[in-house]
Design a protein around this ligand. Structure first.
Ligand code: NAD
Length: 300
């Protein structure tokens, strides 16, 4: 089980990082991509990441590029798909994958937001299929959400949870295929209120971020909200909720403020302005800061 053969379909940002994690954990990994350049560079990208992290660079040799999908998945015990976020593409790909793998090979999709049920619902053996939602970069963010559909067998969930835990990840079982799974539901509940505070003139965007980073953001990596609620008392939590929840944002759709930013071409880093303005130097500095932080947190 620990040395299951892994196949990764898609050698882009996520695919090469997922391949890296499994290779470093000792698995033989095959990887395929329709874009030749991404396939040609995959081993060197993995090696560069490993070098940068101070990990065993020779693990990159366990990642074998394969030009043909059939060759990549034929011997695999586990296939994880990380191609573009496009439902028809993923559906077509899984139909093809199913033609080339063994009947017991487990099939996973790393979609960000497409329902797993929609991607895998047409498979002939749906009990061996599930979602695995990794976070970027896969070799630095520990969480992998393991998403069960109404068809996934409990054995497949258990095997996949064990596979990721043994590879050093922190798998979380998502028992229902709901939009946003767990992590993005929580993250975007916070973002909705963050945008609303700006939209309603309570503070500016920089202040929202400063408040979070200087307060509960400091604790979040070691103290989850429900641990925190127990720590302060469920009775106090109830009292706070009865006062605060009626006042906070609860609109079901996206914010008109956000819609206007997008309509005006204020797309964030890529246009130099979003909620705030960003010079190239500021963008680079923030990206570096995030990577340094994730590296420092790696063993926490
Ligand atoms: N980027 C993130 O932060 C993130 C996080 C979690 C999940 N995801 C999801 O992971 C998936 C991949 O995202 P990414 O950011 O790595 O994208 P990416 O564009 O970096 O990589 C996608 C790769 O898929 C390849 N591809 C396209 N069609 C293919 C096919 N038919 N067969 C094989 N390869 C094919 C492309 O050539 C490309 O190399 C998406 O579903 C995305 O939503 C992304």
């Amino acid at each position: 089980m620990n040395k299951a053969k892994i196949a990764v379909v898609g050698a882009g940002l996520m695919g090469h990082g997922i391949a890296q994690v499994f290779a470093l954990a000792g698995h033989a990994v095959t990887i395929t991509d329709t874009f030749a350049k991404n396939l040609e560079t995959v081993q060197s990208r993995v090696a560069a990441n490993l070098r940068d992290l101070g990990d065993d660079e020779t693990a990159a040799e366990r990642v074998t590029p394969r030009a043909e999908l059939a060759d990549a998945v034929r011997d695999a015990d586990y296939v994880v798909e990380a191609v573009l976020e496009n439902l028809p593409l993923k559906q077509k790909l899984f139909a093809e994958i199913e033609r080339h793998v063994r009947p017991d090979t487990i099939l996973a999709s790393n979609t960000s937001v497409i329902p797993i049920t929609a991607i895998l619902g047409d498979l002939s053996k749906r009990e061996r299929a599930l979602g695995t939602h990794w976070w970027n970069p896969p070799y630095l963010v520990p969480l992998v959400e393991v998403i069960e559909t109404q068809w996934t067998s409990p054995q497949v969930i258990a095997w996949t949870m064990d596979l990721h835990a043994a590879a050093g990840k922190k798998p979380a079982h998502v028992k229902k295929d709901v939009p946003g799974f767990i992590g993005n539901r929580l993250q975007h509940a916070l973002w909705r209120e963050a945008i609303s505070l700006v939209e309603n003139g309570i503070c500016d965007a920089a202040t929202v971020d400063a408040v979070i980073k200087a307060s509960f953001g400091r604790r979040l990596a070691v103290l989850g909200p429900l641990e925190n609620a127990d720590m302060v008392g469920t009775d106090l939590t109830l009292a706070i909720h009865d006062t605060v929840l009626p006042a906070i944002e609860n609109r079901p759709g996206s914010s008109p403020y956000l819609q206007e930013l997008v309509a005006n071409g204020k797309l964030g880093f890529k246009s130099g302005e979003g909620f705030r303005t960003w010079s190239a130097e500021q963008q680079a500095a923030l990206r570096t800061k995030v990577m340094q932080h994730l590296k420092a947190m790696r063993d926490v």
